[in-house]
Ligand binder design. Structure first.
Ligand code: BG6
Length: 465
């Protein structure tokens, strides 16, 4: 029999999971929540959402948070991340503060902290108040300043309980899915708007960092990015160029200004060439330069595989990132068939090395990694879902993370997506990600095999295999 290896993590390493307000809280009559972009979209086009399950039906954390916080303990959490819904806290994004929301979030945050769990609060997880969306959303600079006010309000209202913050979750996703595709509102193809939205989001993030440091100098604030490495099909110059440009769009567009305080010159040149470089004032660029994040959150699910284009772009081809590269469907890749995402554990090691070598070895946490699986019911034995595939998925990634830490990566924790099966945008409840099963009919919560395994992982600060 081959000998087992022990993967022990550094002392104080954090173990937990992430969720978001819009994906967990749900809506209860009379709770004072106003409409977000997702609520409005579901009202308009429910058929776009899997099984027509919309955002009001999320995992009822609003009513069950006490029980859920106990479940965090039972699954070994030492860290937990959720987000405030802007549309719940501030009427239509710029109106009166909703006192019910203040009471709700204060209770939730206090209960988590009282259990000795490190709490990280995100300000924005794809959910814009719809009233702002109607006035142009992130294309309108008004949204930047409305967000800054919202961030300051959160620091004021909750800064006595919360000391670790996130400005945005995966800000490139609404840009790609809303302005270069139709998986988020407004669902248009408009590269100029995409560039402007990305720039405004970055400016808003830097303003939140500034506000946090000004009002609570002892607090720490980060941005969460999906730092998908881009792997070229081959060593050819064309494929290498494709990968470099893919990373400019997909990762460096937020990573560089957030961590280094400046945009990559090559990205600026490309946007200039296409005449879509957003107008930025010197004052704004100074805000970005002077207000970099204290640490990074890294979401990692899948690598980005690219190749050079097989044909030249036509004259009237609209500009999208694929103007410069094509996705590469690598033969023989390992895949999660339910989500259609490649599984490539080494990506997490490469992220750690990239941050070490090119970003001053900034401190980071894995803020999301996980496996969404459809039809988990068939894995039930004696009432418990035997999700060995999830345990293997986590362990395989942890082996690479461990290797990265041994090689000097400054990673301080691992957070799974997510602690309980939750609603996932257009996919609603199609794929289940939780350590805990949620019965949609009864809202009953049952710990899966992975939840018990995760507790041991946390208690032992590592695992053997
Ligand atoms: C991340 C998001 O990109 O992926 C989450 O931050 C999301 O909000 C998660 O739920 C899983 O993706 P999906 O589309 O399968 O829900």
């Amino acid at each position: 029999m081959s000998e087992k290896t022990l993967y022990r993590f550094p002392e104080g390493f954090l173990w937990g999971s992430s969720t978001s307000g819009p994906q967990s809280e749900g809506i209860v009559a009379g709770d004072g929540k106003t409409k977000s972009n997702w609520d409005a979209w579901y009202e308009r086009e429910p058929e776009r959402f899997f099984d027509q399950v919309g955002p009001e039906n999320t995992s009822t954390f609003y009513q069950h948070f006490r029980e859920d916080i106990q479940l965090l303990k039972e699954t070994g959490h030492t860290v937990f991340r959720t987000s405030i819904q802007w549309s719940r806290l501030i009427a239509d994004g710029t109106g009166a503060v909703n006192e019910q929301a203040v009471a709700f979030y204060r209770q939730v945050f206090k209960s988590i902290v009282d259990e000795g769990i490190k709490l990280i609060v995100n300000l924005y997880h794809f959910d814009l108040p719809y009233a702002l969306q109607e006035r142009g959303g992130w294309e309108n600079k008004e949204t930047v300043y409305a967000y800054e006010r919202y961030a300051r309000t959160c620091f004021d209202l909750f800064g006595d309980i919360v000391d670790t913050w996130i400005t945005f979750n995966e800000p490139i996703v609404p840009v790609e899915c809303g302005y270069l595709g139709d998986f988020h509102l407004p669902g248009v193809i408009d590269a100029k708007a995409a560039a402007l939205v990305a720039y405004h989001t970055q400016l808003a993030s830097s303003l939140a960092v500034k506000a946090c440091h000004e009002t609570h100098p002892d607090h720490r604030i980060c941005i969460v990015l999906n730092l998908t490495p881009a792997y070229p099909r081959s060593d050819s110059k064309e494929d290498q160029d494709a990968a470099r440009i893919a990373e400019l769009f997909q990762t460096k567009s937020f990573l560089d200004p957030s961590v280094l305080g400046v945009y990559p010159p090559e990205l600026v040149d490309i946007l200039k060439k296409h005449d879509i470089l957003p107008l930025a004032t010197q004052e704004e660029l100074t805000i970005i330069k002077e207000n970099t994040v204290d640490f990074l959150g890294v979401n990692y699910y899948q690598p980005l595989r690219v190749q050079a284009r097989s044909s030249q772009p036509s004259e009237d081809e609209p500009l999208t990132p694929h103007y410069y590269y094509e996705p590469y469907d690598m033969p023989g890749k390992k895949i999660n068939p339910h989500r259609g995402w490649e599984i490539y554990e080494k990506g997490i090691y490469d992220i750690g090395m990239n941050l070490k070598e090119h970003y001053g070895n900034i401190e980071w946490l894995v803020t999301e990694n996980g496996m969404g699986v459809e039809g988990e019911d068939k894995f039930r034995e004696k009432g418990v879902i035997q999700d060995d595939y999830r345990i293997d998925f986590i362990a395989d990634h942890l082996v690479e993370l461990h290797k990265a830490i041994e090689a000097g990566a400054n990673c301080k924790g691992y957070m799974l997506w997510t602690f309980i099966d939750c609603w996932s945008w257009l996919n609603a409840y199609k794929n289940r990600y939780g350590l805990i099963e949620l019965d949609l009919d009864t809202q009953e919560r049952t710990i899966k095999k992975s939840g018990h395994w995760f507790k041991e992982l946390s208690q032992n600060n590592g695992f053997e295999r």
